[in-house]
Design a protein around this ligand. Structure first.
Ligand code: HEM
Length: 211
């Protein structure tokens, strides 16, 4: 089996550990007095963490030239979608008992649900179109569509910031990481070349040679 495939399988297995923790916690009653709340929080946080990891792949490839990481972007993106879908399904099942009119009211009246929902809609579109068939079918539009992943990240961070009322440190840390990822991306959108480890090292090497 190629090394990338084994690595991707290991990534999926490792990413299932939080889910296993939730299932075991539920079965043994270790999720506390509000198990549904614990599941919503854990699945939401893992969706956000995996989204950040997905978006870290390109800067790592560009900066260090670690191109072997390329296949992991899709794996991590789909894992992010998986946790986001669990997060949404938990809310829909336990908070709303699958009442779609209640969902529409929540989306209309609670801004943090509105932004979370739009973020999830983008993740759905990206997951559906992540196959080879869709990449071929959409051509150049595929790249434009998949840039929406940055909007999904911004909306997910706003969702987190909006719902936390007291200690905002954790969502602020996520906001800082998201800002750094966007800051990396911005010059590339204007056609500038990415900063690389090699270009950072070169001036020092020249200085050494001339010394
Ligand atoms: C249909 C879309 C969504 C709905 C209905 C939804 C709903 C919720 C709810 C009800 C909570 C708990 C609020 C509370 O504690 O009072 C929550 C928390 C959270 N959600 Fe979402 N969410 C959605 C999409 C997303 C997406 C797409 C992400 C990330 C990619 C996300 C990340 C989070 C995070 C990080 C938390 C906070 C977890 C914590 O407190 O530790 N959510 N969401």
């Amino acid at each position: 089996m190629p090394r990338a495939k084994t690595g991707q399988m290991i990534t999926v297995l490792v990413a299932m550990i939080p889910l296993l923790g939730l299932v075991l916690g539920l079965l043994t009653g270790r999720l506390g007095a509000e198990p549904v709340e614990a599941i919503t929080h854990e699945t939401g946080e893992w969706a956000l963490r995996l989204l950040i990891l997905t978006l870290l792949i390109t800067p790592l490839r560009q900066f260090f030239g670690w191109n072997a990481l390329a296949p992991y972007r899709r794996t991590l993106g789909l894992l992010c979608f998986f946790y986001a879908a669990l997060h949404f399904a938990t809310f829909l099942t336990f908070d709303l008992s699958w009442r779609i009119d209640d969902l529409l009211t929540e989306i209309r009246e609670r801004p943090y649900i509105t932004v979370g929902f739009f973020s999830f809609m983008i993740l759905c579109a990206l997951a559906i179109t992540s196959t080879r068939g869709w990449i071929k079918r959409l051509g150049r539009s595929w790249l434009r569509l998949h840039r929406l992943v940055y909007l999904a990240l911004v909306l997910a961070v706003v969702h987190f910031l909006w719902l936390v009322k007291v200690d905002r440190l954790e969502p602020l840390v996520y906001a800082a990481i998201a800002s750094a990822l966007l800051a990396w991306r911005l010059p590339l959108l204007f056609g500038r070349r990415p900063l690389t480890y090699a270009t950072l090292r070169r001036p020092g090497e020249k200085a050494q040679k001339s010394a």
